[in-house]
Design a protein around this ligand. Structure first.
Ligand code: SF4
Length: 258
């Protein structure tokens, strides 16, 4: 596991960054974070969900044979990209051997290969690949974030873990939404999380609209777009194709430039 303040390129935390040990701490530390960088630092050392802390650190210790030489990140993964984006991408949670290994969302796994290649084709990333935190990837007018910041077993966070993590995202959205024109939600979990957040921010009332690939909902000053998740389950089976992904990001770019 990468310890805070030991020089890892994307690490914004230090040895003195305050640590959340329970959901009440998350509320307090997220709400009082004075900047997006402070929020990223604080969330990256969070220990509020015992099951997820045990899982992420166990995976980081045992490692997969293919990555036996790697030092795993083994901590919560933060949003990645610019601080004032027009396009926001909402994922689910980091993968055990992807973001939990590399320390950057959607980095070092097949889902990221699909996502960042699509962002590059859409003009929203400077390169199509996302290998590790040292690879030079930069997003253009775009940020990728997630409703659950620790890798969950079987990619399935529990409802109480989703709820515990929500204040980090609420605070992040408070800074991001003033410039956002399009939110691309990858999968129904991200879609539901986004509308839950908008209700919490008093920017949506009523029920969550039906999720579907290509769904588009006008919210308060921006649009929310539905997209099947870039999981291997969807991309290997052809449920999600490059053309389908490109169509969603083309629409997001169109909205960003409107
Ligand atoms: S899932 Fe979120 S709230 Fe839970 S330990 Fe990870 S960062 Fe903290």
């Amino acid at each position: 596991m990468i310890r805070p303040g030991t020089g890892f390129p994307t690490d914004k935390a230090s040895g003195t960054t305050p640590v959340a040990h329970d959901p009440a701490d998350v509320v307090r530390l997220a709400g009082s974070a004075p900047s997006l960088d402070h929020l990223d630092a604080r969330s990256s050392v969070c220990r509020a969900c015992p099951r997820l802390v045990d899982w992420r650190e166990d995976v980081a210790t045992k490692r997969r044979a293919a990555y036996a030489a790697d030092v795993y990140w083994g901590r919560p993964v933060t949003g990645f990209g610019v601080a004032r984006p027009s396009v926001l991408v909402m994922g689910l949670a980091p993968a055990a051997h992807g973001g939990n290994r590399t320390g950057r969302i959607f980095t070092g796994d097949r889902s990221g290969d699909w996502l960042f290649a699509a962002l590059h084709r859409a003009g929203l990333a400077n390169q199509p690949t996302s290998v590790d935190a040292h690879d030079g990837l930069q997003l253009i007018d775009t940020r990728v974030t997630l409703p659950v910041r620790c890798a969950p077993p079987a990619n399935k966070p529990l409802p109480e873990e989703r709820d515990a993590c929500a204040p980090w995202l609420t605070r992040e959205l408070g800074w991001l939404l003033p410039t956002v024109k399009a939110v691309v939600c990858l999968g129904s979990f991200g879609w539901q999380a986004m509308f839950d957040q908008l209700r919490a921010l008093d920017r949506w009332s009523g029920r969550t609209p039906r999720f579907g690939h290509g769904a588009e909902v006008e919210a308060d000053g921006f649009s929310v777009l539905g997209c099947f998740h870039v999981s291997q389950q969807n991309t290997f089976t052809g449920r999600l194709t490059e053309e389908m992904l490109d169509a969603v990001f083309a629409r997001a770019v169109e909205l960003a430039h409107a």
